[in-house]
Design a protein around this ligand. Structure first.
Ligand code: B3K
Ligand code: ZN
Length: 942
């Protein structure tokens, strides 16, 4: 394959994408997206048949499983005489019968997407359709449908995995009640689980047993689940607001029962919170969670049988970091919240995915905010959104919160659907206020209970209760791209009038140009010289409506391309605090000077904007250093240095930061909030804002600028680090988490400086909690071999200590993969051969390869292109076993337009190589869509 840095000729497979302009015919429509065809929202038609009941018999054996699916079906319209389409992939049909009569091969047609049963008269009313098929869960490396994870059988059906278990109309608007019988060897698979209630269990011949489960709630097929294996069970219970007792069970690999307490506590907190905040009570008598090691994502909300990646359930203080504890809490809550936002009320089609995901992320974010610090939680969410979702919105995969089309729905479990979708719900909440939002969500849950609906239906409930017209607001669902909001201000000292001119702009994205202005809440404050907010009197000459929102201050509603807001009676020029609490997911552009930002950093009553002011200051420094290095201002050009003006800036900026390092301030301020203020923007957060970037030059500028800031903070950070060591709560898992966040931020600052390797080693070696051990390890991995042998010692010691704990070892792989010193391409290759690494385990693949490609800027973006080639070869290989993982791993390559030469052409060449595999190798639909879209000309409409 070509390794040339020059772009190769346009790839033939990509110039002829099989994307129809016209609506696909009914069969293709029913078949969803067949190979490389797009499905369009505009083509949605309701199914021709309903499936009312499903009776599954799953007979599990070591080398195959036999699935009998008995469906009661009826036509949606008895006069339609339509053929019956059923999805089915990788199924070997043994027999099919209709109303008890075995069908012959003339009665149906099978292709790689499913089966088309010819119409006959007894399909005009309810009929029974039964299939028997053979599948091979043991060979299912895609981890979709029914598969094996170690000695366990388990399922993952969302979005389109059920069709890999049995023939079915596998779309979310087909809702049925399910009965599932599982039969398996009694010794190997003592635990047999499915959705709903256990109806019976019995032994059968041949040392086998079976269990029958029934779920009384109608559900789409993507919520079906099944588990069979040897598992330990941890039990608890919850009493609902109406006094019902719910059994809570977590099933884990033998030996892990001691790591479930936190997940159980989180579940109970989530159940209570949903009752209090949304009036939603759990509806069955049993709630099960099963932890599995091989899982493509975090977790899955199957009705009453959530299946989790074990990394999102198991937590104990010695082996799980504080971040893991928080992640477990929020994912357990997220999946539980889906019981209403997703399961009881589900999506009509997959274009509506954000209906359940955006809303549920919003719900889990509010839950976590209530459990911990709201401001810290908000900053963490926004930091992630601005870095990763904004990048997605600016890249080739940009799509609306409700996309118009897709080839492979698995590619649309994106940050836009999840995180931006959550921001959209947050904005509705803000626009309506607490009371109306709650009335709107009550109406939504009550009106659509048991139905499969759309984002339009959700917004309509909000409109109805508030008597507001949200037509323009709904553009957030249909227009992709991050709006920019440019602000200019003018103060007139004579009249005391302060005027804001606000202009919004929504960038073009692939397939979408000339966008309309959006409607959104924009919270602002006018900060006076003494640091207090001015009482704001908005003049009636303003074009935007203004109102007050508890906790957010003044909320302006922007609707037009240009708006003017005038404030009266302002005695001196204020410092404007914009988009408080990140009230809208937009890019704000306003020319602040350093003094104003330092003022906001110190006084803004909005904690989010205090943090944000500090970030803008650091980003400004990075921009200036890069600007000079790129322009060659410094002698010889390309030289990265801090100039005299920056030195003054560094003094001022670091003394503002130092107030968060004063031990005295720790008792008066939230230490986790202080930690966030002290954390400089990530490299990726910085470059996301830049139009095009020379990666290695930008990286040098970033390293140099952060080093200078850290030097200024060294003494204060060192003192703060030492003093926190003796804080009485520092080693307490729960009460000490925020203190450790600050202390480990100090360590991260110090680890930029050569003198502190020993301190990092000390922490690493003596740590009792995983948070501290990992922070020490991460800090050590900054030190080059030439400076210290401690990092090598730590790598060996960590492996020795944790080699029997796969989840902890994921960190070991990931931290090395992200390190510029210990994550070189040679290291990555060596680690990929490590005895504890597995090419079939998604956690391991993400830890090593995805971390390398997405976070190791120094080693991945090697100007010779060797790392790019290695990752491309890895992706191509993985595409043959697990296309979902391969497709996700491709994201860093798709950003090729963002980088200057030679990186840009090198990345593009690798994408073209992916599109044109050698020989007979076929590329998956998952990977094809990503590669095709990222090579398509920017802004070309489909
Ligand atoms: N709904 C699942 C995600 C399914 C992803 C399928 N490729 C987890 C969640 O968002 O809760
Ligand atoms: Zn979800």
């Amino acid at each position: 394959m070509s390794t040339s840095p020059e772009p190769t000729a346009t790839a033939p497979k990509l110039t002829q994408p099989d994307i129809p302009d016209a609506a696909p015919g009914p069969e293709a429509q029913a078949a969803s997206a067949s190979q490389n065809q797009a499905v369009y929202l505009r083509d949605y038609t309701p199914p021709a048949y309903r499936i009312d009941t499903v009776d599954l018999y799953v007979d599990l054996h070591e080398d195959h499983a036999l699935i009998t699916g008995k469906l009661t079906i009826q036509p949606a319209d008895a006069s339609s005489r339509a053929d019956l389409w059923l999805h089915g992939e990788a199924l070997e049909l043994v027999s099919a019968s209709l109303n008890g009569e075995r069908l012959s091969e003339d009665d149906f047609r099978i292709d790689e997407n499913g089966m088309l049963v010819s119409y006959r008269d007894d399909m005009a009313q309810a009929f029974e359709f039964e299939t028997v098929s053979r599948i091979r869960p043991q060979d299912n490396t895609r981890l979709e449908g029914l598969y094996r994870s170690k000695n366990l059988f388990c399922t993952q059906c969302e979005a389109e995995g059920f069709r890999r278990i049995t023939w079915f109309l596998d779309r979310p608007d087909v809702m049925a009640t399910y009965r599932c019988t599982i039969e398996a060897d009694r010794d190997k698979y003592p635990v047999l689980l499915s959705n709903g209630n256990l109806v019976s269990e019995e032994n059968v011949d041949g040392n086998r047993h079976r269990a029958v489960w029934e779920d009384p709630f109608r559900k789409p097929s993507y919520l079906f689940a099944l588990v069979a294996g040897t598992l330990d069970r941890v039990e608890d219970s919850f009493t609902t607001m109406s006094g019902r007792n719910i059994d809570l069970h977590i099933y884990v690999d033998p030996g892990n029962a001691g790591k479930c307490r936190h997940a159980l506590d989180s579940l109970k907190k989530a159940m209570k919170w949903d009752e209090e905040r949304y009036g939603r009570e759990y509806d069955l008598d049993l709630f099960n969670i099963v932890a599995v090691d091989d899982f493509n994502m975090g977790a899955m909300e199957n009705k009453s049988l959530n299946i989790f990646n074990s990394s999102c359930v198991l937590a104990d203080p010695a082996s799980a970091s504080d971040a893991t504890f928080d992640r477990v809490e929020s994912i357990v809550a997220h999946e539980y919240f889906h019981n209403w936002s997703g399961n009881r009320v589900t999506c009509r089609d997959w274009f509506q995915l954000s209906l359940k995901e955006g809303f549920t992320v919003y719900r889990d974010a509010c839950f976590s905010a209530d459990m911990h610090s709201p401001v810290v939680n908000r900053i963490e969410h926004v930091r992630f959104l601005r870095t990763a979702q904004f990048a997605e919105d600016a890249g080739p995969m940009a799509h609306a919160v409700r996309p118009e089309s897709y080839m492979e729905i698995s590619n649309f479990y994106t940050l836009t659907i999840y995180e931006k979708g959550a921001e959209v719900v947050r904005m509705i909440h803000l626009l309506l206020g607490d009371e109306l939002f709650r009335r709107g969500s009550d109406l939504y849950f009550e009106r659509f209970d048991g139905q499969a609906v759309t984002t339009e239906d959700f917004v309509a409930c909000m409109e109805e209760v508030s008597e507001r017209d949200l037509t323009q607001f709904k553009l957030w669902y249909s227009q992709a791209g991050t709006p920019g909001v440019k602000i200019k201000d003018r103060y007139d000292a004579k009249t005391g009038e302060y005027q804001l001119s606000i202009r919004q702009h929504i960038p073009d994205t692939p397939g979408q140009t000339n966008k309309k202005p959006m409607h959104f809440p924009f919270c602002i404050g006018l900060v006076s010289e003494d640091g207090k907010d001015f009482d704001t009197n908005v003049d009636s000459a303003s074009t935007a409506a203004a109102s007050f929102r508890e906790g957010h201050g003044l909320m302006i509603e922007l609707r037009q391309k240009e708006e003017t807001v005038i404030f009266k009676g302002i005695p001196h020029k204020p410092v404007i605090s914009l988009n408080r609490g990140f009230s809208a997911p937009v890019r704000v552009e306003y020319e602040y000077d350093t003094t104003e930002l330092l003022h906001l950093m110190q006084y803004d009553s909005d904690g989010f904007n205090r943090w944000n002011a500090g970030q803008i200051l650091a980003l400004g420094l990075f921009d200036r250093v890069l600007g000079r290095a790129s322009a060659g201002d410094s002698e010889g050009g390309g030289v990265v240095e801090i100039d005299e003006a920056d030195k003054g800036f560094l003094q001022e900026y670091s003394s503002a930061l130092k107030q968060y390092l004063k031990p005295g301030s720790i008792s008066s301020q939230d230490p986790a909030f202080c930690a966030l203020l002290l954390q400089l923007p990530d490299f990726s957060a910085w470059i996301e804002r830049l139009p095009q970037v020379d990666i290695q030059l930008a990286l040098s500028c970033y390293e140099q600028a952060t080093l200078e800031i850290c030097k200024q903070l060294e003494q204060a950070a060192s003192q703060c680090y030492d003093e926190l060591a003796s804080h009485p709560n520092i080693a307490d898992r729960e009460a000490g988490a925020e203190l450790r966040a600050l202390r480990n931020t100090c360590l991260a600052i110090l680890s930029r400086l050569p003198e502190h390797a020993e301190r990092a080693w000390q922490q690493f070696e003596t740590a009792q909690l995983m948070t501290d051990q990992l922070a020490g390890f991460r800090a050590l991995l900054r030190y080059p071999r030439s400076q210290s042998n401690r990092p090598e010692q730590a790598i060996a010691a960590f492996e020795k200590q944790w080699q029997n704990d796969g989840l902890v070892m994921d960190n070991w792989f990931a931290l090395q993969a992200a390190s510029r010193e210990y994550g070189t391409l040679a290291d990555i290759k060596r680690l990929s051969e490590h005895r504890l690494f597995s090419r079939f385990n998604p956690n391991k693949l993400r830890s090593l390869f995805t971390t390398f490609a997405a976070q190791n800027w120094a080693c991945f973006h090697d100007p010779k292109g060797d790392s790019y080639r290695f990752i491309r070869e890895t992706i191509a290989e993985l595409d043959q076993t697990n296309p979902q993982i391969a497709s996700r791993m491709t994201t860093p390559l798709t950003r090729w337009r963002k980088y200057s030469e030679p990186y840009s052409s090198l990345l593009r060449a690798e994408l073209e190589a992916l599109a044109n595999p050698e020989g007979e190798t076929e590329i998956s639909k998952d990977l094809y869509e990503i590669v095709y879209k990222s090579l398509q000309e920017a802004n070309k409409t489909d």
